[in-house]
Design a protein around this ligand. Structure first.
Ligand SMILES: [Zn+2]
Length: 279
């Protein structure tokens, strides 16, 4: 029987789901080898949906600040190697936005994830906002303020350097901070740790305010590893963002916690549904 493989290639983890089986998670290093291996050992797979943490256009990976890539022409390379496959690839946040569009039953949903990188995506009037070459929403690479190190994209002032897991790790290394969480740094960290935690929070408040002020969504879904590891963070962002956001848009927006397990994987599945091709 024809089967489906859904994959989520992130900066830290590679997750996949074969047919109706459980989601499997492993380190994202070596993800291409794992993906090829899965396709070789499961010839019943006909449809492949991939959510990728990088800039994707028409099945090609244009850049990936947080993931190692050699199969840049991913869709074509997979379909040439396995001619029976139909492959759909999109940015992971755009996939997550699709999943929340369906989950929340809203045509106006923004997602903002602070994971390895900082990413966003928007569903407006029921459609993914893509921009000219599918790069709309790269909020992590908005110029914010200079840092003493560089982002994966090459700049040294990206919002992602303050408001993402990889950015916080760069601060940790540079200032020799402890392995503890932002919540712990804030409560009982050294001066440098408190300062870094506050800077991360401030950058996330800025990102949330920017999303709501620019896009006027009904929902802003916030998630990713940085929020998951710091359970008090979302409440503080919500409280601080009120004063920083254009008030009429703020009043109409609900900031909600990302509560779907594996939203990018769910969205990768939606990429394969026939009605998606109409969007
Ligand atoms: Zn950048």
């Amino acid at each position: 029987m024809d089967s489906t493989l859904l994959a989520d290639v992130g900066g830290t983890y590679f997750r996949y789901r074969l047919g109706e089986e459980e989601v499997v998670r492993s380190a994202s290093k070596g993800w291409e080898k794992q993906l090829m291996g899965l396709l070789e050992t499961h010839p019943q797979v006909r449809y492949v949906g991939i959510a990728f943490a990088g800039q994707v256009s028409e099945g090609k990976i244009l850049s990936a600040p947080n993931v190692e890539v050699s199969l840049h022409n991913l869709k074509t390379q997979l379909e040439q190697r396995f001619p029976h496959l139909r492959v759909a690839v999109d940015n992971d946040l755009k996939c997550a936005a699709l999943a929340y569009h369906r989950h929340l039953g809203s045509d106006s949903v923004a997602v903002l994830y602070a994971g390895s990188g900082l990413g966003s995506a928007l569903i407006s009037e029921g459609r993914i906002v893509r921009g000219h070459s599918n790069m709309a929403g790269e909020i992590g690479h908005v110029s914010y303020r200079p840092a003493p190190f560089r982002c994966g994209c090459g700049k040294n002032d990206c919002l992602e350097l303050f408001a993402s897991g990889s950015g916080i790790d760069k601060h940790r290394e540079y200032y020799r901070l402890s392995e503890r969480s932002l919540d712990e740094w804030r409560l009982s960290g050294s001066e440098a740790e408190q300062r870094t935690a506050e800077a991360a929070e401030e950058a996330l408040v800025f990102a949330a305010s920017l999303m709501i002020t620019l896009h006027n969504p009904e929902y802003l879904v916030m998630g990713g590893g940085v929020l998951e590891h710091n359970p008090r963070l979302l409440e503080r962002i919500r409280a601080a963002a009120a004063a920083r956001t254009f008030s009429p848009a703020w009043k109409e927006c609900r900031i909600v916690e990302a509560d779907l397990d594996d939203a990018p994987l769910i969205g990768a599945g939606l990429l394969l549904q026939p009605d998606f091709w109409l969007k």
